[in-house]
Write a protein that binds this ligand. Structure first.
Ligand code: DAK
Length: 260
């Protein structure tokens, strides 16, 4: 696919996806959603050399300043619901992706932008990053999972405060609340995310993917996370990588994992 609103680049197996709408503060329009869907449904899964994905925003001002408000003007109830469901599907693809996905939050992450960052497995915030869910200012509620994932990350009380006041918080506060994993100097967000992905890439790939599934099961109301963990443990204990990993430990050498 020829991307129009994303820049997709690869370096040593790590893919960096840059939302490339700097003039609109990287607001998430329909094209961004369609292209994210294509990457996480088609291009990413087909790439056998992929080690992980960083998502960031073009320029130094914004990660993504929200859903594109200019696309909201012609919405009726049915269209808005379907738009929200489409956003949920795309963000589930990210949350359930078989390789780690890290948001490198280089500026404003507001509304849909904060929701995109929260769908990623981790968030690295530049010191100038700002997080917030300002939907109530517009007369709506979050539509891309914000009411669910913010609660998961910061707890109900603080999530409700942020959602109901529409307050924007700084990177340090996001870190203190558990919304950001690390705070780094502005401009260092992608490098820090890449460093973490490179470390994870040295681990057993199947174990990494399945661990994400187990953690996601905790938040799945239809799954028993402990059952999922026990079954997953069984599958992994039967894998080539487990035999290799344990043999490598005993032989005091680096493991040569195959992801099998
Ligand atoms: N959408 C479209 N354009 C945006 C935008 C956005 N979210 N945010 C900024 N821009 C555009 C501005 O219109 C402006 O464009 P021009 O006027 O130059 O053409 C350009 O980016 C630069 O913005 P500013 O001039 O405003 O820049 P400032 O530095 O003065 O202010 C700011 C930066 C981030 C504080 C400000 O831009 C701002 O407040 N932006 C809006 C933040 C916001 O409210 N975001 C939306 C959150 S609500 C749903 C699904 C999802 C959602 C809702 C419903 N359904 C399925 C129905 C989620 C909604 C949201 O994300």
């Amino acid at each position: 696919m020829e991307y129009k609103s994303l820049l997709v680049t690869y370096n040593d197996g790590i893919c960096t996806i840059t939302i490339n709408r700097e003039k609109a503060l990287n607001a998430l329009n329909r094209t961004v959603f369609a292209e994210l869907r294509y990457f996480f449904e088609e291009e990413g899964p087909q790439n056998k050399d992929l080690k992980g994905v960083v998502i960031t925003g073009a320029g130094s001002k914004a990660f993504a300043a929200g859903a594109d408000i200019k696309e909201f003007m012609d919405l009726d109830e049915a269209k808005a619901k379907s738009l929200s469901q489409n956003g949920h599907e795309v963000f589930f693809l990210i949350e359930r992706f078989h390789k780690p996905v890290i948001a490198a939050v280089n500026g404003f992450a507001l509304g849909g932008g904060c929701e995109l960052a929260m769908a990623c497995h981790m968030r690295i915030a530049g010191a100038k990053a700002r997080f917030g869910q300002p939907e109530v200012n517009l007369g709506i509620c979050p539509g891309y999972g914000g009411t669910q994932r913010l609660v998961q990350l910061v707890g109900k009380g603080k999530a409700l405060e942020l959602l109901l006041t529409a307050d924007m918080i700084k990177a340090d506060e996001a870190h203190r609340l558990g919304l950001a994993n690390h705070v780094v100097e502005p401009g260092e967000e992608v490098a820090k995310a890449t460093e973490i992905l490179a470390k994870i890439a040295s681990k057993a790939p199947l174990a990494v993917a399945k661990t994400v599934d187990c953690v996601n099961a905790y938040f799945d109301k239809h799954a028993d996370g402990y059952d999922v963990e026990a079954s997953t443990f069984g599958v992994l204990a039967n894998s080539y990588d487990f035999k290799e990993g344990s043999a490598a430990f005993i032989e005091k050498r680096a493991a040569n994992f195959k992801g099998e």
